[in-house]
Design a protein around this ligand. Structure first.
Ligand code: NAP
Length: 401
């Protein structure tokens, strides 16, 4: 992957639009899962448990779970495959991936690279085509032991229902609606830079992107002014062009959803501080970085995933109020807090009902840490030692002497 990094990145930008520099970053991130799990595979330990009687020995061993079916989304065409493939191979599983129809080419290239790297034929496989037909086969074929899915909560729910007939083992990485809390004692520069990275990465087509920002009243106006100044310098355009920060939206439906969220907020009293509009060019859809203030919880944008470069900012009075608003969602994937007060940071991080908390950090993902959501954001974790455990069965062997 690293030898072909430029080639993979160009293909990725061509098929889904993210700026080339971000595609290059994704190739590095994607490859880091293969490398990390290649090392971690050495540490699949069992254990010996002292028996309660003299004539027994008790062993616990780990075995590969079996054939894995992986269904992946378009927003990270490489990393969402390797985050599953790395640990599955390290555990000793074989792997069938069904990439999304929007980004099959990056997936095909990765599978070709597996072959070139010497992975035996049949160990890593790809099937593309009609998603519900392939999904049904993976979910009902008795040779498949596990489904690992990354995508929307709606599709995840359907797969869980379908897999119930054979009690399919499942990992689910689903949607999110990440809150960002900025307290009065935050370092404003740090908050602006962190939120810019979290908010506008991948054109905000990222599951852990901040979706709604709660800013304490004492710092609100200063934050909005500095955040808008920084966001206004972001350039929207063809991801292959030099200096582009935000590429096109994945498709027309994605674009229309963003615009409807903005229009809904404006019709209910939101003020547009920056952007607020998009444009279509040759069937390609772009949306300007947009900042809204005076938003409130009744607006669609405050509870549905927008998947676009729109930052709604709500003013809050206290820490208590910020936490309460932040937790008012069915999702629980990622949340962010900006404060320089360490007692407050720990208090807030512990009370946020989310699987991932970025404290003064807008980009918390890495291969070696557990990634995943509470509530309706998913089941299980990917990354870190938890990510390997997801592809292992635990077997207890009781030996009578
Ligand atoms: P999606 O519509 O749920 O699709 C995800 C995958 O599921 C695609 O490969 C899709 O294939 C397939 N699929 C759709 N219907 C299916 C069915 N009935 N049976 C089997 N497979 C089916 O999600 P998306 O629009 O690609 O991705 C965006 C979503 O993913 C967002 O909600 C985002 O938050 C979430 N996400 C979560 C994480 C995480 O780690 N938690 C990471 C990235 C993205 P086709 O496209 O070919 O139909």
């Amino acid at each position: 992957m690293m030898e072909k990094a430029d080639e993979i990145a160009e293909l990725m930008t061509s098929e889904m639009g993210k700026p080339l520099v971000e595609s290059k970053g994704e190739v590095q991130y994607a490859a880091s899962f293969i490398k990390w799990y290649a090392e971690e595979g050495k540490r699949v330990y069992g254990r010996t448990i002292p028996a309660h009687v003299d004539n027994k020995r008790m062993l616990v061993t780990k075995q590969p779970i079996g054939v894995v079916g992986a269904i992946t989304p378009w927003n990270f065409p490489a990393a969402m495959i390797t985050r599953k493939l790395g640990p599955a191979l390290a555990a000793g599983c074989t792997f069938i991936v069904k990439p999304p129809n929007q980004t099959p080419l990056t997936a095909i290239m990765l599978i070709e690279l597996c072959e070139q790297a010497g992975i035996p034929k049949g160990v890593v496989n790809l099937v593309s085509g009609n998603s519900s037909e392939i999904g049904e086969e993976l979910l009902t074929n008795s040779h498949v032991s596990k489904i690992t899915f990354t995508g929307s909560t709606e599709v995840g729910r359907e797969l869980i229902k379908e897999g119930a007939s054979q009690v399919m083992k499942m990992s689910m990485e689903l949607g999110g609606h990440a809150p960002i809390i900025v307290m009065d004692d935050a370092d404003v520069e740090k908050a602006v830079n962190g939120i810019l990275a979290s908010k506008f990465r991948n054109g905000v087509q990222t599951c852990i992107c901040g979706n709604r920002i709660y800013v304490q009243e004492g710092i609100h106006d200063e934050f909005v002014e500095k955040f808008a100044a920084a966001a206004s310098s972001l350039k929207v355009g063809n991801g292959l062009d030099e200096g582009i920060n935000i590429g096109p939206i994945i498709d027309k439906a994605g674009y229309e959803k963003i615009d409807s969220h903005v229009q809904n907020a404006v019709s209910k009293g939101a003020k547009v501080v920056l952007g607020g509009y998009g444009k279509a060019e040759n069937h390609t859809y772009f949306y300007e970085p947009t900042i809204l203030t005076d938003v409130h919880p009744d607006m669609v944008i405050m509870h549905e995933e927008t998947f676009g470069p729109v930052a709604p900012i709500q003013k809050v009075k206290t820490e208590e109020e910020a936490i309460e608003f932040a937790n008012q969602t069915e999702y629980g994937l990622a949340a962010y807090v900006f404060t320089e007060n360490y007692s407050r940071g720990i208090r807030i991080a512990e009370r946020l009902n989310y699987g991932i908390v970025g404290w003064n950090d807008g980009v918390p993902s890495a291969a070696q840490v557990p990634f995943g959501g509470m509530k309706q954001s998913g089941i299980g974790r990917e990354g870190g030692s938890e990510g390997l455990e997801a592809y292992l069965e635990t077997k207890y062997i009781s030996i009578g002497l």
